[in-house]
Design a protein around this ligand. Structure first.
Ligand code: COA
Length: 439
């Protein structure tokens, strides 16, 4: 009976793409659930449609429609998080950014009428349920409230997860069958500075803490340095490879967790095959909708919650630019603000912003790289502040720890200069004196 229902819904990828009409609002699932077969075929309908709004969140591949201005006005891409493909799409004026905390992305999308949702899922179980896998909770969960058609790409390589990720055959209109590995993130390259930063972070994390780790090399290095801890818990927005190591080493038990004891809580998973194998059919992990995981009131219910995120630049008063430099939108707000604030609201909670003291960046208009300080006197005009200085707690670089919360601008600047790269300290001090940051 269920199998019959399923068989009646099976269509080809070309039929699935052919459903898109002019002026439609289409949502494609993000991250691991991205329906790349649909995205790859979008050029095939370009002559027949216009003004299609395509909403995504974490796009994993450089699709043709992102890199050619001829698709402008045909597909208008909107996203609350930019990865490299969407940064390129923005250069062709094909993508535009939606400012949002992660917890609000799904609910905002759920309030708007969507014509088609395309999402990848795991195969149907005996009860007629598919699993939206590692990234079902970012927005699909909410979009399902207000969508005309749901097209599920059934992939046997999609892990089955527990939590807010199940989708019943009766809620699906069409099925396409695919069989391919999930997109992966490259293994982060962890340098010496990252290991040093990891050591400082480890000093701030007590046994029995619950941790959230952000994206990138630094959070991964932090995890490596937490191997000597006991009874850690995980309540995070993104589950990654480093956390698997902590679980397999017995460091993560969740025994001291005050909300969802013993369970690992995440909104989505992204990494290599190692983490996808770890979450598959694993009842100790709950993928919950991010409007819940990232709600600061929920985060704060964890005793000794420690949020660990990173930033692109921080000014001498503590403002963190974590998503853009001047007018270049590099990533997004994600869950940085809500996890940082939530952690500090909880009992004995801490929020850490960890960054290398310098970055090697391309000099404008050339391929030449220059080393710049990531601790700067001022953020340049156009740069977006992600985490306000009022919400910053600890800042860590390879040169030490600065505890900013509760301290004056003058004290903050001194502490930040102390953990800046020695080559830039004099220059930072001069500007701080000149502009009355020091008093
Ligand atoms: N000035 C100019 N450019 C800079 C820079 C600086 N100070 N620091 C970094 N960059 C550039 C890098 O050169 C790189 O450019 P490229 O991609 O063209 O090579 C780009 O910015 C990304 O920098 P990188 O250091 O590789 O970033 P990352 O992968 O370590 O990620 C953040 C760092 C801040 C972008 C990422 O953590 C983020 O998006 N944070 C906000 C969301 C968040 O915290 N969510 C919560 C947890 S998931």
């Amino acid at each position: 009976m269920l199998k019959e229902k399923y068989n009646k819904k099976v269509i080809s990828i070309d039929e699935a793409v052919g459903m898109i009409k002019s002026n439609d609002s289409v949502v494609v699932a993000p991250g691991c659930a991205e329906p790349s077969e649909i995205m790859d075929r979008l050029p095939s309908i370009a002559d027949n449609v216009e003004n299609v709004t395509l909403t995504t969140m974490l796009s994993m591949k450089m699709y043709d429609v992102y890199k050619d201005s001829k698709y402008k006005g045909i597909v208008n891409v909107e996203s609350a998080f930019y990865s490299l493909p969407l940064r390129i799409a923005n250069k062709f004026k094909i993508s535009t950014f939606v400012p949002s905390h992660l917890r609000n992305v799904g609910p905002s999308m759920g309030k708007k009428r969507t014509n088609i949702l395309y999402t990848m899922v795991s195969p149907m179980d005996n009860h007629g349920y598919f699993s939206m896998g590692p990234s079902g909770c970012i927005d699909q969960y909410d979009v399902l409230e207000n969508v005309d058609k749901v097209v599920a790409l059934v992939n046997p390589q999609m892990p089955r997860t527990f939590g807010d990720t199940s989708l019943h055959i009766d809620r699906i209109d069409y099925v396409c069958e695919v069989d391919r590995p999930l997109p992966t993130l490259p293994e982060p390259v962890i340098g010496e500075e990252d290991m040093k930063i990891g050591e400082y972070i480890s000093e701030l994390v007590d046994d029995g803490s619950t941790i959230q780790l952000g994206i990138g090399a630094i959070p991964n290095a932090a995890a490596l340095k937490l191997m000597n801890k006991k009874d850690l818990g995980i309540h995070t927005e993104m589950l990654n490879d480093a956390m698997v190591d902590l679980c397999e080493a017995g460091v993560v038990t969740g025994n001291k967790k005050t909300i969802y004891p013993k369970k690992i809580i995440t909104a989505f998973t992204l990494g290599t095959k190692k983490v996808y194998d770890f979450i598959d059919n694993n009842p100790s992990i709950l993928h919950l909708r991010c409007s819940h995981t990232n709600d600061p009131f929920v985060v704060a219910q964890n005793y000794k919650m420690v949020s660990i995120n990173t930033t692109l630049q921080i000014d001498l008063t503590g403002q963190c630019a974590s998503e853009s430099i001047i007018n270049e939108q590099i990533s997004g707000t994600g869950g940085q603000v809500e996890t940082a604030i939530g952690a500090q609201m909880g009992k004995e909670g801490k929020s850490i912003i960890a960054l290398r003291s310098t970055a090697n960046i391309k000099k404008a208009g050339t391929d030449e790289k220059v080393r710049v300080s990531k601790i700067v006197p001022y953020l340049e005009k156009g740069t977006i502040v992600t985490l306000a200085r009022t919400d910053v707690d600890y800042v860590v670089t390879e040169y030490g720890v600065a505890k900013l919360k509760g301290y004056s601008v003058s004290d903050r600047a001194k502490m930040l200069i102390n953990i800046a790269h020695p080559d830039f300290r004099e220059e930072l001090t001069e500007v701080a004196k000149k502009n009355r940051i020091f008093c």
